[in-house]
Unconditional design. Structure first.
Length: 121
């Protein structure tokens, strides 16, 4: 199930959008909470809002559960690790690292930003 999902993501977004290496899975599965480590099935690195939409669509088609994360290490809630082992981590902060658009009426900025980028504006 997951193998077909990751193959489909690679076909659409490129090889570097998916990381299934043992080192990465261990790093993204490390968890300091009492439940222990929760190894993801893979880690995805979208570049655009469209990439995120495509990942969500493919996850729905392949019955894969996603766990979104960004640039910070959330030490109080398990760092990058998913809530359940086997979920695919979607790292929104690695490639999506700039402000694309700001709507000054609603004070909203695009999903392609890091918190520090938004505050620097």
């Amino acid at each position: 199930m997951s193998a077909r999902f990751f193959k489909a993501v690679r076909a659409e977004l490129g090889e570097d959008a998916v990381d299934l290496t043992d080192h990465t899975l261990a790093a993204y599965g490390a968890n300091r909470l009492p439940g222990g480590d929760r190894c993801p099935s893979g880690v995805l690195f979208p570049r655009t809002v469209r990439d995120v939409q495509l990942i969500v669509q493919l996850a729905n088609q392949h019955d894969v559960t996603l766990w979104p994360t960004s640039t910070g290490h959330n030490l109080g809630l398990g760092e990058f690790s998913p809530v359940r082992a086997g979920q695919a981590v979607v790292h929104l902060g690695r490639q999506m690292n700039r402000i694309v658009e700001v709507d000054e009426t609603t004070s909203a900025c695009s999903a392609a930003s890091r918190w520090c980028s938004a505050t620097a504006r």
